[in-house]
Design a protein around this ligand. Structure first.
Ligand SMILES: Cc1ncc(COP(=O)(O)O)c(C=O)c1O
Length: 550
């Protein structure tokens, strides 16, 4: 009996010896997850699958926050006026959008998710924005009806130096590549130029060319896994790195990702995980997250309350990157800066230069193609090699029919050459001061006008925040459009300026922005019960969902 107890105790001791460290690591991992749903990819997917669809009837559209009848009437009248303006002003663009929508899945998706789903059907029916454009010029775009808008959509970040700049790059690139045409496999000479310049810009040894930012990130992660012989990638909560499986473990991906850790941004708990775990191949950093750490890219489609917040602290983020760098170096983890968005936008040498921290690999894309589609990986030689000297059959494949396409490469060369000119270089002088000053100027005007809206920025990338609890902030995008400001489908979540905005252009944007917000205020959308809080709004919506489901 005693022997059995002894044996049992011994077995428990040995088991604890092996299990405790594993348990501790598991707990550390749990602690390093951000408490929000964004930080819990698996749970977020499960919960998303439970959310039932329901749409507000017309009455509820205007009073979903239990506004008094007088306010609801004002909203209804304002909406009707806006709908009439849209019908008149965007008739041709909207008609083609309606005709094409059935055949273009992307269009169906984006038009559906411009606003929270409860309101979407009604808004889609009455405020047809039109998704087609005819031309661009300076800082403006023109739709099929001839309406000219100040462009705050920024072509998803591609448009850094202004539309005319990219037209010139594409024209020059096309002319240079015309003799070679669409020959693939053999390189256009611009490939050699681009590789040389990108090595200088990134401070890294080798370069590979791809067709999109998504592919570039995919390749960087694959190489990190190949060389470290480890399985897991680390991404930070909320960060976007393209749309392939491993970097999108949460909502939007039908399959759970087992080899991805989503950790808290700017947090000691995450560093502890990096220090302890042996399965981490790489850490992906999207420096845009510095504007809203641990939150997903803001979109009006999920703007059900006013909890959206943003604040950029350059020093704090630089300090965080330095800590991250130290830990990655100590642990042999590949540090990848995903600069597909911010590369070239915040400094000529990108985030590495801007924050003063070197990465092992950097991905670029968007603006670098000079208007053509592209993705690039730059990395240390030892990480970029796709084979092993001592194991000839053990290779790391990366292909792509169109990578190094002559027109893209020649367009990139035109971009890189122009980026070196004194006129473009001068744009970086006092860049942050300029955009911070512009943000302050607009915020002062909004404040003076008593409007519950503020903007926050990382250089020329802006997001709109709301200071009074409201369910209706998403309406602002329609008022802004009516004032001649073009936004992308994520609405006020992301405004992207090109650096050719003059003071006069910017001042016109401010006038229109304030006018739009005033109109929205006048029409009653920001009426708010003083007792209402963002939390209460969320709780109310949760109750609706539960009632809908059961
Ligand atoms: C940081 C970052 N990485 C990757 C991507 C994906 O690039 P692409 O859309 O060219 O595939 C994006 C796109 O927005 C991005 O912002």
């Amino acid at each position: 009996m005693q022997d059995t107890a002894l044996l049992f105790g011994l077995a428990a001791g040995v088991a604890a010896l092996f299990l405790l460290p594993a348990l501790r690591m598991r707990l550390e991992l749990s602690k390093a997850k951000h408490p929000s749903l964004t930080g819990h990819a698996r749970m977020a997917r499960r919960i998303a699958a439970l959310v039932p669809y329901y749409a507000y009837a017309e009455e509820r559209i205007f009073s979903s926050d239990a506004a008094p009848a007088e306010v609801a009437d004002r909203r209804r009248a304002g909406f009707a006026k806006l709908a009439e303006l849209y019908r008149r002003r965007f008739a041709v663009s909207a008609a083609l959008t309606t005709e094409a929508e059935g055949a273009i899945s992307d269009l169906q998706f984006t038009s559906r998710y411009r606003v929270p789903f409860q309101y979407s059907r009604y808004v889609r029916e009455h405020l047809k924005a039109g998704s087609f454009l005819r031309s661009s010029e300076g800082v403006t775009v023109t739709d099929l009806d001839g309406n000219r808008f100040y462009d705050l959509a920024g072509s998803y970040g591609v448009n850094l130096f202004g539309h005319d700049f990219y037209k010139a790059c594409m024209a020059e690139g096309s002319a240079r590549a015309a003799d070679l045409g669409a020959v693939l496999g053999g390189y256009h000479p611009s490939v050699a130029y681009n590789a040389r310049r990108l090595r200088e810009i990134s401070g890294l040894d080798e370069v590979s060319f791809h067709m999109s930012g998504t592919e570039a990130v995919m390749q960087a992660v694959r190489l990190a896994r190949f060389h470290t012989r480890r399985t897991h990638l680390v991404r930070f909560c909320g960060a976007y790195h393209g749309w392939w499986e491993g970097v999108q473990p949460g909502i939007g991906n039908p399959i759970a990702q087992r080899e991805t850790y989503t950790l808290k941004d700017m947090d000691e708990d995450s560093l502890r995980v990096l220090r302890r775990r042996r399965d981490i191949a790489c850490v992906l950093v999207n420096p845009l997250q510095a504007l809203h750490p641990n939150s997903a890219a803001p979109s009006d489609g999920s703007l059900v309350d006013s909890a959206r917040s943003a604040h950029f602290d350059r020093e704090a983020y630089a300090a965080w990157l330095r800590r991250l760098r130290e830990v990655c170096t100590a642990r042999g983890i590949v540090l990848i800066f995903d600069e597909v968005f911010v590369g070239f936008r915040i400094a000529p040498g990108g985030a590495q230069e801007y924050f003063g921290v070197r990465a092992d690999m950097v991905t670029y894309g968007k603006t670098l193609g000079g208007g053509f589609p592209v993705g690039v990986v730059c990395g240390r030689a030892g990480l970029m090699r796709r084979f092993r000297e001592d194991r000839p059959a053990d290779v790391c494949l990366a292909r792509g029919t169109f990578n190094s396409h002559p027109y893209v490469m020649a367009g990139m060369q035109a971009f890189l050459e122009r980026a070196e000119t004194s006129a473009i270089r001068a744009l970086y002088d006092g860049l942050d001061e300029l955009w911070n000053r512009r943000v302050r100027a607009l915020n002062t005007r909004l404040d003076e006008a008593g409007l519950p809206v503020r903007v926050a920025n990382l250089s020329s990338i802006w997001t709109v925040c709301y200071t009074r609890p409201s369910r209706y902030n998403w309406m602002l995008q329609y008022y802004l459009r009516a004032e001649g400001l073009a936004l992308s489908w994520v609405g006020t979540g992301r405004l992207i300026f090109s650096l050719d905005y003059s003071e006069a252009d910017f001042s016109a944007v401010c006038d229109r922005f304030v006018a739009a917000a005033r109109a929205m205020e006048r029409d009653g959308w920001w009426w708010s019960d003083p007792a209402l809080s963002n939390r209460a709004i969320k709780r109310g919506i949760l109750r609706e969902m539960i009632a809908q489901r059961f």
